[in-house]
Design a protein around this ligand. Structure first.
Ligand SMILES: O=C(O)c1[nH]c(=O)[nH]c(=O)c1Cl
Length: 311
């Protein structure tokens, strides 16, 4: 039974990896993912210059998942490009993802120029959905901004590039954003980022759980799965077949991975469950997915990918 997959023409031995922002901040964390059963890694979304991020506490586990308002803490794009450059030499033939995000189109372009000037041979993930920088909206909800950014990006950048989108909650919004995305040579769309600006409360303490933004933060984990599957399934039906889909959100076990692929995902990313369980989660999820496939008689993920039945 094989759980291998392919993205942008690159082959991967597995279809499960980390989600940007989880277990990917430092070289030590990236090393741990690199040595695990994960297909590959994506780096923490990088900005032009290093960022401290928001004041702590800025992450909290909750009964059904997590809430975070990290505020884009990262060591800056150069740090991650250096790390990936070394990884490419140490493990040639493996493809890595670098996530990046600017605060405006000019910064997005500057980041991509920096990538072009490096020896990076992998896939860029442009994050259009960070919900936690005070005063900055989630770009993915501004359709004009998305259009402007992608026009500028694809004027410049010709190597494989995907985008990380926020969750959408309206079928007309799926129609509108998909019509925009279909105009561009995107390698993939990654749905979904956390549900922005949720609020979790500690009733005993009568308090919010995290410090930034009065406790408002991105919601991840089990809460997210129905929304994540809806976004994967909606985009699979609307996007050109040349645009692949990475499914992110709410994965806790092998059946959840199976469900993302059934909805149309070519790769599945995990965040909250990785934060809670550590990199051993990749071996567990892979084993559980293979068990589901064995029980159903599937030898590879293409046999059921996108085959979700409607009634
Ligand atoms: O606060 C963050 O760093 C963060 N947190 C998220 O849940 N999604 C993102 O894309 C980012 Cl960039």
């Amino acid at each position: 039974i094989s759980t291998r997959t392919h993205i942008a023409g690159f082959n991967f031995d597995n279809c499960i990896m980390n989600a940007a922002g989880v277990y990917d901040y430092s070289a030590e964390e990236l090393d741990a993912v690199q040595q695990s059963a994960a297909a590959t890694f994506v780096t923490k979304s990088a900005t032009l210059v290093p960022r401290e991020g928001n004041p702590e506490p800025r992450y909290c586990n909750t009964p059904y998942g997590s809430i975070n308002s990290m505020g884009l803490p990262n060591f800056g794009l150069a740090y991650y490009l250096d790390y990936v450059s070394a990884a490419q030499r140490q493990v040639p033939g493996k493809t890595y993802f670098v996530s990046l995000t600017g605060f405006n189109v000019e910064e997005d372009i500057a980041l991509l120029r920096q990538v072009q000037a490096s020896d990076f041979e992998g896939i860029v993930e442009l994050n259009l959905s960070c919900p936690n920088v005070p005063g900055k909206p989630q770009t993915g909800y501004d359709f004009e901004a998305v259009t402007r950014i992608l026009e500028a990006v694809f004027d410049l950048y010709r190597a494989p590039l995907g985008i990380k989108l926020p969750p959408y909650f309206d079928l007309v919004h799926f129609d509108q954003i998909a019509a925009i995305l279909n105009r561009f040579p995107l390698a993939y769309v990654n749905s979904v980022n956390s549900i922005g600006n949720g609020l979790c409360v500690d009733a005993a303490a009568e308090s919010v759980l995290i410090k930034p933004k009065q406790g408002f933060g991105g919601i991840g984990g089990a809460y997210l799965k129905p929304t994540a599957l809806a976004n994967v399934f909606a985009f699979r039906q609307r996007l050109n077949s040349s645009i692949q889909i990475i499914g992110t959100g709410g994965v806790q076990n092998g059946t959840d991975v199976f469900e993302h692929i059934l909805c149309g995902a070519d790769m599945v990313q995990v965040g909250t469950v990785l934060h809670q369980e550590g990199v051993a989660v990749f071996e567990r999820l892979t084993r559980e997915l293979k068990a589901v496939m064995a029980q159903k008689g599937y030898g590879g993920i293409d046999e059921f990918k996108g085959r979700l039945k409607t009634l």
